[in-house]
Design a protein around this ligand. Structure first.
Ligand code: FES
Length: 170
């Protein structure tokens, strides 16, 4: 059995089989009427539930709001908030903007890459963590900044970054 995530805000649902996706889609779509204007809110719900937009879910959404699948796919690829490939249950984002860079962001990124054994843009093989860098969070006064599952951590050090992802000091 999978151990519950130790990090606040970790995604708990996993998409699983096609049947599991279908059943979760049924549940999500009961909250909507099937109007075109609901497309983005539906995609947001699906992204939140699965951590990405499964192709099967996008086809289902297209039918539901009566638009071609290419429209749904186009929106999914246009907005950075949507992912088309599975991500880890914990999303770790580190700012690589100038303000954070000069205050030590590269050391934090290196520490996280070492701790997780992955590079920027990758997901751990157990699907626990995805590591991303972003241009600026708009919280430059807190530089260097990292965000773990939407929780902002400011004035980071490599040691604090390690703790924020639930890794203990040796
Ligand atoms: S430069 Fe990092 S939050 Fe703005």
């Amino acid at each position: 059995m999978k151990v519950a995530p130790a990090i606040e805000g970790a995604r708990t649902a996993t998409p699983g089989t096609d049947k599991a996706i279908d059943s979760q889609m049924n549940e999500i779509l009961t909250h909507f009427k099937g109007e075109k204007g609901e497309l983005i809110p539906i995609l947001q719900q699906v992204q939140q539930r699965f951590g990405y937009l499964p192709e099967q879910a996008m086809k289902r959404i297209a039918e539901f709001v009566h638009v071609p699948p290419s429209t749904v796919f186009g929106i999914g690829t246009f907005y950075a908030q949507f992912k088309l490939v599975p991500t880890g249950r914990n999303i770790i984002k580190v700012c690589r903007g100038t303000g954070c860079y000069v205050r030590g962001a590269p050391k934090i990124i290196t520490e996280l890459e070492n701790q997780l054994g992955i590079k920027d843009g990758d997901t751990t093989p157990d699907m626990e963590y995805s590591l991303e860098t972003v241009a600026c969070f708009g919280s430059c006064a807190l530089a260097p900044v990292m965000v773990v599952n939407d929780k902002v951590h400011g004035r980071m050090t490599p040691e604090k970054a390690k703790k924020a992802i639930g890794k203990k000091s040796e």
